[in-house]
Design a protein around this ligand. Structure first.
Ligand SMILES: [Fe+2]
Length: 182
């Protein structure tokens, strides 16, 4: 289940608290069960997924893509991040700074976890850890960043209205969670 952190150290686990904190951002966090298929569950338990396994996961979960299509979603893919992934640091560095996108960023986490940070309209910042079987929609124009939890394991399906729409447009905002007192 998702975990939400405030910059003052407050941590929320309850869904009502998390929804309240996300409300100013108009972000929707949803539970999307992966189901009980033994093959799918076995694949998702692996430390990393082969290209063939990734395609199997996509096919198993395409009923969610079908639900999104009427809203304009035209494509989907899968990203499988694990500690041994070549170029992992360079890839992560692209999104570990405050940025926006011209399109919504829709992610369905199916293994591991990812941390989505947000700048709220009042300039306060929050970090939301999204876990397996949770789907998040970050609206276009929302100032945010993304990083991994310490185990660096994150497998997610990504849904696109327009593939060009999610190139990062960087902002100058610094991430308050990273500021340390020396
Ligand atoms: Fe992003």
């Amino acid at each position: 289940m998702a975990i939400l952190r405030l910059t003052d150290g407050t941590v929320y686990h309850d869904r009502a608290d998390i929804d309240r904190e996300l409300a100013p951002l108009n972000i929707q966090l949803q539970q999307w069960p992966v189901g009980n298929d033994p093959q799918l569950l076995s694949i998702l338990n692996q430390p990393q997924l082969s290209a063939e396994d990734q395609n199997i996961v996509l096919r198993h979960l395409d009923h969610y893509f079908e639900q999104l299509k009427p809203s304009g979603y035209q494509s989907r893919d899968i990203i499988d991040i694990h500690p041994a992934l070549p170029g992992i640091d360079e890839m992560l560095a692209k999104f570990d700074r405050c940025h926006t996108h011209a399109d919504d960023e829709v992610r369905y986490v199916v293994a591991g976890a990812g941390i989505f940070g947000f700048v709220r309209p009042d300039k306060s910042q929050i970090e939301l850890t999204v876990q397996a079987a949770e789907q998040i929609n970050v609206p276009a124009g929302t100032e945010h960043w993304f990083c991994l939890t310490p185990d660096r394991r994150y497998t997610a399906l990504r849904y696109f209205i327009n593939n060009d729409g999610w190139n990062p447009e960087y902002t100058a905002t610094s991430i308050l969670f990273r500021e340390t007192i020396s």
